[in-house]
Design a protein around this ligand. Structure first.
Ligand SMILES: [Zn+2]
Length: 401
């Protein structure tokens, strides 16, 4: 069915490298062979996926690790690297494993957060050596590490479940349907320590929820730290590098931006905290200084007319305008009654208004917004529900120096 759709809508043809297709040879034989090849290919793909799934499940039942990247603190020996003394599977990394154990122990005291653990980890020489070629350890990685049950000597197995009905769609979280099996490798974290850490996490999450209050921020994830972007030893390939995170501070009763370079293991940054108000003032100031050129209307007109997608509508519009001129001409030469003239002109006006390309409205709205930005901004602050009005603002990113 997909093939019929593609060949009908896009004019695609199907040719077979091995065998023949209907497009190769338009005969009953070609059609038959193409269908047979398609059935065998579908069977092969289905069979391969169920075989892979079965093999992975069997590996988990035997206690073998299924991933290709070992958890921090373990070394993965593949079948190709295995020797009689060192069989394939997970092996404790004698240098890093004690550090991982200490990270769990520190977290279990309840005095640390994922961020402080990440900072501590990045200070350890063995970890620094380990991360030399990649990114430093961030708090997200610590969060996953401290919840990874593989450390207690159990391998996990879960089937990939897709959110939609077919393959290629978004995967669902595997968290709630993992089957745990006893692993054939050494555990480095005891069950007591692991569950103590989970209890600490749950407690921290609860206290966090009760104190936090919902605030709408206009530029979340759009503010970058100028110091970090400008410094030479940064990592511009990391999309989150140099980002400033906004958070509400009850003590100051204000939202503040803070550079997250330190949290993500990029070392200290000289940027102090920046109040959201100051960022917004700067952005409003910048946008208010933008000038819409005097010939904006002509430029908008030229732009809309140059778009191929608007051509058909513009031709119809030109025809309606021509009709308008003819009605006007007839009226001026006394060939129409007043009510006829009124009915026809108002109908044409309505048609013209409904046909006008949307681009005109969008561009004119944007030009109007830039011209009167400051007064709109003030009006938003004066409405009954400023929180809701803030949600209407969505502007481009800024860089704070
Ligand atoms: Zn910074």
């Amino acid at each position: 069915m997909i093939k019929a759709l593609l060949s009908h809508q896009c004019g695609l043809k199907l040719f077979c490298v091995e065998g023949v297709s209907q497009d190769d040879d338009d005969s009953p034989y070609g059609a038959l062979v193409e269908q047979m090849i398609a059935v065998f290919a579908a069977f092969y793909s289905h069979n391969l996926s169920s075989d892979t799934r079965r093999a992975k499940h069997a590996r988990a039942l035997r206690g073998e690790f299924n991933g290709s990247v070992p958890p921090l603190g373990y070394i993965l020996v593949t079948w190709a690297q295995a020797t009689p003394e060192r069989p394939a599977g997970l092996h404790v990394d004698p240098e890093i494993a004690p550090i991982v154990v200490e990270a769990f122990e520190r977290y279990a005291t309840g005095a640390h957060s994922d961020r402080t653990i990440a900072e501590w980890l990045n200070e350890q020489p063995a970890i620094r050596h380990f991360c030399e070629s990649g990114k430093p350890i961030g708090k997200e990685m610590v969060r996953d590490l401290l919840q990874n049950q593989t450390y207690t000597g159990r391998v996990g197995y879960s089937e990939t479940v897709y959110a939609g009905a077919s393959l290629g769609q978004r995967r669902k979280s595997r968290r709630n349907h993992i089957e745990r099996c006893e692993g054939r490798y050494e555990a480095i974290i005891s069950d007591e320590l692991f569950w103590a850490c989970q209890a600490v996490r749950e407690r921290l999450a609860c206290t966090h929820k009760t104190t936090s209050q919902s605030h709408t921020y206009i530029l979340p994830d759009r503010v970058f730290c100028g110091h970090c972007i400008a410094r030479g030893d940064g990592n511009l390939a990391d999309p989150n590098y140099g980002k400033m995170r906004i958070q509400w501070q009850d003590t100051k009763n204000a939202a503040i931006y803070r550079c997250i370079a330190r949290d993500r293991g990029y070392g200290d940054c000289e940027q102090g905290i920046v109040y959201e108000e100051r960022v917004l003032d700067m952005v409003v100031e910048m946008i208010s200084r933008l000038n819409v050129p005097g010939d904006a209307r002509e430029r908008i007109d030229a732009l809309v007319r140059s778009r191929p997608s608007n051509q058909q509508v513009l031709e119809q519009l030109a025809e309606l305008e021509e009709q308008q001129r003819r009605v006007q001409f007839s009226w001026e030469h006394g060939r129409l009654l007043p009510e006829e003239y009124l009915a026809r002109t108002s109908q044409l006006e309505r048609e013209i208004a409904s046909m006008r390309p949307l681009d005109y409205d969008r561009l004119e709205e944007a030009a109007d917004l830039i011209t009167h930005f400051r007064s709109y901004w003030k009006q938003c602050a004066e409405v009954d529900n400023p929180e809701e009005a803030r949600q209407q603002h969505r502007r481009p990113g800024v860089c704070i120096r």
